[in-house]
Every structure is written in structure tokens, then in C-alpha cells.
Design a binder for this molecule. Structure first.
Ligand code: NDP
Length: 284
């Protein structure tokens, strides 16, 4: 039977290290600060915002929530964003997405200051992920995947890895971060032919598709390590991942649970990015 590899110890370790770094910054008179820009009051956004604030408070990072009207115009939004870009007391900016339809993300992503863009919205940071340039900020979720793999000492060099999902926020950057660590990566998506056959060749399977429990034991190689990025509400009304954990547990060697896996590490990575942004901006 495989073991559940949980996110909490990973998040705790990241937070402990950050607390020390933030204390050292405070001694120098510097306090890292994250601005969260939220448009409207979507419950999912509000839940993520509460989680992010709780994590920042626990590390002594300041937060500044800019809650904007769901009807805000593009030009008013851009003016607000420019104010945050230019505010020297703010080191990181998180824009909760997707934005409402009247706001054009393709324009806005070019306005956010790349050095404050802690969740990889700016094309500058996207390019840095693809270039393997560590001065950038990969999206927090695939970074959380990498933190889990590192914490549990999972070697990646040459590892036969399949990523299912190719979104800009999960699949593609996860594939690039794994490639940077010398994994041999295949990316699958909705047009992949015979997904079970491709996935069951993987020693490491990373799944981010948004389909409750779609990945089952037919997709799993014996002894595989499975990282389930999915967050869905199952037929029973409970949170579940993209992987049917009960069906796979006897075949895998390790698997992340949902809830309690990747999602519980994401805000700690966000905090790590804020501290990194702060240090870079003050020249440390
Ligand atoms: P998207 O909908 O943007 O992308 C889904 C991807 O999965 C697409 O590339 C799509 O392929 C692929 N896909 C969909 N259906 C299938 C299928 N039947 N077979 C193979 N591939 C398929 O979702 P996100 O990337 O934003 O999110 C993915 C999951 O991760 C969701 O469950 C989401 O809730 C979760 N998530 C979790 C986070 C966390 O912190 N843990 C944060 C962000 C997301 P194609 O490109 O061909 O359409």
C-alpha cells in the first residue's frame, strides 16, 4: 500500500525558514508586504485570500487587500494596479484570477511590475520559467509541487515523468520546472490518445486537469509517485482531487492527498516569493 505524502510538513518547514528571514529583515527596518488585488467577491477568491492572509500573518508579512468593484472599468483597474506597482512599501502583488470579462488579462498581464509579480502573471516571469532563470517567480502551484518533491527526497534526474494538463498556471510550468531538474517529461492533455497507456508508463505522475477522480488505477504504473494538483467537489459534495486515491493507493508508492496535499503548500510558496521579491527590491 502506498503512503500519503502530506503538504503540511512541507508548508511548516517553508514557514519556519521564512519566519527567520523576515525577522532578519525587520532588524534592518524592512517589512515584506503583499498586496492582494481582488475584483468582486467570488467565494473561491475570498477563501484563497483568507488562506493567504493567515499564512502571511504567521510569518509576519504584511498584507494590503485592494477589494475592487466587480464592475470596475479596465482603465480604473489599470490605474489601481499602477498605484500598487509604484508603492515602494509593497513588494509582492497577487491578482486573484480569472478577472471579470470587462478586464482584458492580455493587457493587464503586461502592466503588473514583473519584479512584484509573485504568481507568474507577467509574460516576463513566464519566459523566466521557460528559460530556467531563477530570478523570476514561477506560479505558486507548480512551485508547491516542486517543494513537495524536494521535501520527500524524490530524485528527479532522468525520472520518467508524465504531467497531465497543459494550462499556463499548472501543467506547462510544472513540466518546465521538472525539466529543469532533469526529469524526462511528457505532457498530456485532452487530445492525448490512450491516456492510460501513456500515464501508466510514468514513474512520476503529476495531474492537474480539473476532473474529479478521473485518473484511476488504469493510469498508474506499479510503484509510481503521484502528485494530485486537482481541487474539485465530488459527487458526495466533498473536496477531492483529479485522482481516485482509493482506487490507486495499492498501486502507488506515494501519493498526495486532496485536501491536505499540494493546496496546503501553495500559500507558503506565495510567502516565499514575497520574501524573495522584497530582498531583490532592497538589494539583498
Ligand atoms: P484548466 O482547465 O486551465 O486546464 C486543464 C487541463 O487539463 C487542460 O490542459 C486540459 O487539456 C486538460 N484536461 C482536461 N480534461 C482532460 C482529460 N479528460 N484528459 C486529459 N487532459 C485533460 O485547469 P487548471 O490547470 O487551472 O487546474 C487544473 C486543476 O488544478 C483543477 O482541478 C484546479 O482546481 C486545480 N488547481 C489547484 C491549485 C492548488 O493550489 N492545488 C491551484 C490551481 C489549480 P486541453 O488543454 O487539451 O484542454
Amino acid at each position: 500500500m502506498g503512503i500519503l505524502i502530506k503538504g503540511k510538513p512541507v508548508a511548516d518547514k517553508i514557514k519556519e525558514k521564512l519566519k527567520k528571514e523576515v525577522a532578519e529583515l525587520k532588524e534592518k527596518g524592512i517589512t515584506p508586504k503583499l498586496a492582494i488585488i481582488r475584483v468582486g467577491d467570488d467565494p473561491g477568491d475570498m477563501a484563497y485570500e483568507r488562506g493567504a492572509i493567515k499564512t502571511m500573518v504567521s510569518i509576519n508579512i504584511e498584507t494590503d487587500v485592494r477589494a475592487l468593484s466587480k464592475n470596475i472599468t479596465q482603465s480604473d483597474f489599470i490605474n489601481e494596479l499602477k498605484k500598487v506597482n509604484n508603492d515602494k512599501s509593497i513588494h509582492g502583488i497577487l491578482i486573484l484570477r480569472p478577472l471579470p470579462k470587462q478586464l482584458d488579462e492580455n493587457i493587464i498581464k503586461n502592466v503588473i511590475a514583473p519584479e512584484k509579480d509573485v504568481d507568474c502573471f507577467s509574460p516576463v516571469n513566464v519566459a523566466k520559467v521557460f528559460e530556467g532563470d531563477e530570478t523570476g517567480f514561477p506560479p505558486c502551484t507548480p512551485s508547491a509541487v516542486m517543494e513537495i518533491l524536494k521535501y520527500y527526497d524524490i530524485p528527479l534526474k532522468g525520472k520518467n515523468t508524465v504531467v497531465i494538463g497543459r494550462s499556463m498556471i499548472v501543467g506547462k510550468p510544472a513540466a518546465m520546472l521538472l525539466l529543469k531538474e532533469h526529469a524526462t517529461v511528457t505532457i498530456c492533455h485532452s487530445r492525448t490518445i490512450d491516456l492510460p497507456q501513456v500515464a501508466s508508463g510514468a514513474e512520476l505522475l503529476v495531474v492537474g486537469i480539473g476532473r474529479a477522480k478521473m485518473v484511476n488505477s488504469s493510469h498508474i504504473k506499479n510503484g509510481a509517485i503521484v502528485i494530485d494538483v486537482g481541487i474539485n467537489v465530488g459527487e458526495d459534495g466533498k473536496l477531492c482531487g483529479d485522482v481516485d486515491t482509493d482506487d490507486c493507493i495499492n498501486k502507488v508508492s506515494m501519493i498526495t492527498p486532496v485536501p491536505g496535499g499540494v493546496g496546503s503548500v501553495t500559500t507558503s510558496v506565495l510567502a516565499k516569493h514575497v520574501v524573495k521579491a522584497c530582498k531583490m527590491q532592497v538589494g539583498l
